[in-house]
Design a binder for this molecule. Sequence first.
Ligand code: IPD
Ligand code: CA
Length: 267
Amino acid sequence: MYQKIDEIVRRAGELVRSAHNIEDSVQEKTSHCDLVTKYDSMVQEQLSKELLEAFPEAGFYGEEGDICNIEGKSAYFIVDPIDGTTNFIRHARHSCISVGFMKNGAMEYGAVYQPYTDELFTAQRGKGAFLNGKPIHMRRVPLSESIAMFGSAIYYRETIPATTRIMAQLLPIVLDFRRSGSAALDICYVAAGRADVFFEACLRPWDYAAATLIAQEAGGVISALDGTPLRYYDRCSVAVGCPENHAELIQIALKIAGEPNMKGRIR
Ligand code: IPD
Ligand code: CA
């Protein structure tokens, strides 16, 4: 059944790969660093058409236009047509299409497709995580042996102090940092053992819905930075790691969240 989602996501990848004159359609969304192109909307339109044709009873929650047709639906898609839009605009070839499928209040399926490397990360709840059909597993390491990926949550300026405080605490401990510009791919990289831990102080559900299921099914632990469950209906912070480094990360984040000037900065 979910093979259909994989096919649709791969087809959306063809549209991303074939994009041209991307610079001509760049627009600002909420600020000068929050950009969108005509391709973001085109890819979302194609995904929504094909996904809802294949699953007519499902709802659709997508980034572009903040489309949220999920009322009264027991199943719906959570979609980021292009995660890593700034990379896409700069021809960095590090972006992805992210489709999560939520059923009865739980993530049931996730597909994250990197069209430039032809890498499809997938997971079905309880059935493991895969990269192009081959099982993937997270590494089990403490923070001291971890490569840390992070996002700067740059659209939410109020989170900058929390992000920089967490980075300052982590840098002397971890092996090193990576910052790629696509939260969904970051989380999949952790799932596949290319890195070991991920955090971002504020993300929207389409950035993490599919990828966090993939990470969980690869043996990982997922939560907000305060250790509470992820909120798939709202923006929230995201922490992903193996049981060992995730626990250490949450401890650091909770300590920082308790500092006087941090009130409400980690959601
Ligand atoms: C963004 C990317 C980025 C992360 C931002 C996201 P977008 O998504 O995932 O890595 O730091 O918080 O919003 O805007 O490229 O779809
Ligand atoms: Ca996007």
